[in-house]
Write a protein that binds this ligand. Structure first.
Ligand SMILES: Cc1cc2nc3c(=O)[nH]c(=O)nc-3n(C[C@H](O)[C@H](O)[C@H](O)COP(=O)(O)OP(=O)(O)OC[C@H]3O[C@@H](n4cnc5c(N)ncnc54)[C@H](O)[C@@H]3O)c2cc1C
Length: 424
């Protein structure tokens, strides 16, 4: 049997493991294995809710070993530390160990798919690593939540401003700012009624406007909404240094904040650097060809945020979004099945299905692209806030199947009635 190894069980990787298991694993055409250093899959576009404490990961996550048993793939817990394209093998450091401690295992493959996602990119800004919190994965989102709750409690009882500054006016920074506002609104409803007046959130963006990846009209509506919620937006501000008190800009001005969050840029995890003789871009992402094969390799594929795919005739690579990762997972399930049957690899074609930024209970804003005779449609308003949760539900139905997906929805609805809506 062919061995297909997928590293990273996120938005793209877990969808691919499920599809390949159904397509090849159950027919015993291939052995599918998934490696991930986290014990639980979480839908990354929801991380800002875990960071704000308005959603619980234990309710929303999918346990990898359980999913593997149900879908018929093998789960290998651990961190990818190196890739050898000559011997077609990878090294994985087992949980609670490190490469230095020697607790590393080698796994051979016939096909490897890298789906290890991305993280924020501080572009080497001095002080960023030491002083900034992140929303990169579940661990960092929960660390941010711990710091946030401690800060809120301390300031609320001493009646001081809660100063939070977020670098990055992309979807992550924008959605986090709105979710923190929601946390404070719910917190106020539990009796600390002066909380809202203490919150001072600043969103810092290097470009001339926030949400550069979205259409201008939606970005403007989001900006207006955030301002109406009291969020200060500072565009064309390049951070040159971070210290314990706040952010320093290129023009010498500064913004002080007790909680500093870095949510700008995309960088691929360092494990890709071990791929000898393979070109990576400035963000450390692997360059892939039209089959999503890592350039310069034969049997190694990459998808989602850890790769850079340039569509034919375009000037810019595809953005790092869940939509891209999902479409690439669907494509690779078909492409790898074709490869195993000895057929030619198809070429990946991306279809832009629009974008949506969710401001949680404050609404959603986005657009559906123009298609043939149908012009571009702008989506906005309070009802649009239900679309983002529907994406999450669609993802859960796909991962868990119809009945488990429906039951988990019912359980979450009941939990929402019984629980306070924020983590105390
Ligand atoms: C707060 C937030 C909001 C967002 N909102 C949206 C949105 O509204 N719409 C949208 O389209 N996109 C959104 N995104 C972006 C979207 O989440 C990502 O583009 C998408 O998750 C990328 O999928 P992926 O499969 O490439 O990686 P991920 O989903 O990040 O998964 C990577 C997986 O790899 C594992 N991993 C990483 N390194 C290693 C290693 N060395 N060894 C083993 N395992 C490893 C991780 O544990 C993880 O399970 C948002 C992101 C954030 C943070």
């Amino acid at each position: 049997m062919q061995r297909i190894l997928i590293v990273g069980g996120g938005v793209g990787g877990l969808a691919l493991a499920n599809r390949l298991s159904a397509r090849l694993g159950r027919k015993r055409k291939a052995e599918i294995a998934l490696v991930d250093h986290s014990p639980m899959h979480v839908w990354k576009p929801m991380l800002h809710e875990f960071a704000a404490g308005t959603a619980e990961p234990s309710d929303r996550g999918i346990n990898f070993p359980v999913q593997a048993r149900r879908r018929g793939f093998r789960f290998i817990p651990g961190t990818l530390t190196s890739i050898d394209r000559v011997s077609n093998s990878i090294e994985v450091a087992l949980p609670r160990s490190s490469a230095q401690h020697g607790n590393v295992r080698r796994f051979e493959f016939d096909r490897l798919v890298l789906a290890i996602g991305g993280r924020a990119n501080d572009f080497g800004t001095p002080g960023a690593k030491e002083h900034c919190l992140l929303v990169d994965d579940l661990k960092s989102a929960l660390a941010l939540n711990d710091a946030l709750r401690a800060e809120i409690l301390e300031r609320a009882f001493s009646n001081e401003d809660i100063r939070i500054a977020i670098v990055g006016g992309g979807a992550t920074g924008v959605e986090l700012a709105a979710e923190i506002r929601k946390l404070i609104a719910i917190g106020s409803s539990y009796g600390i009624d002066h909380l809202e007046s203490l919150l001072k959130v600043t969103l810092i963006e290097a470009n001339e406007r926030i949400l550069k990846a979205f259409d201008e009209v939606s970005a403007k509506r989001v900006e207006d909404k955030l301002r109406s919620l009291g969020v200060r937006i500072e565009c064309e501000r390049r951070v040159t240094e971070v210290d314990a008190a706040g952010f320093v800009f290129s023009d010498g001005r500064r913004i002080d904040a007790a909680l500093k969050v870095w949510a700008a840029g995309v960088a691929a995890p360092p494990a890709l650097k071990t791929l000898d003789g393979v070109e990576l871009n400035r963000s450390g992402q692997a360059l892939v060809d039209e089959h999503l094969r890592v350039q310069g390799t034969l049997h190694i594929f990459a998808m989602g945020d850890c790769c850079s795919f340039m569509p034919r005739g375009e000037d810019f690579p595809l953005p790092a979004t869940g939509q891209v990762a999902s479409q690439q997972a669907t494509f690779l399930a078909t492409a790898l099945a074709a490869a195993l049957d000895g057929r030619a690899l198809p070429a990946f074609e991306y279809e832009d299905r629009g974008g949506l930024v969710s401001l949680g209970m404050y609404g959603g804003f986005g657009s559906l692209p123009n298609k043939g005779f149908v012009p571009e449609i702008l989506i906005s308003g309070r009802w649009a806030r239900f679309i983002h949760p529907l994406f999450f539900r669609a993802h859960m139905f796909q991962m868990l199947g119809f009945w488990r997906g429906a039951l988990s929805w019912l359980r979450d609805t009941i939990t929402a009635w019984l629980h306070p809506g924020i983590r105390f």
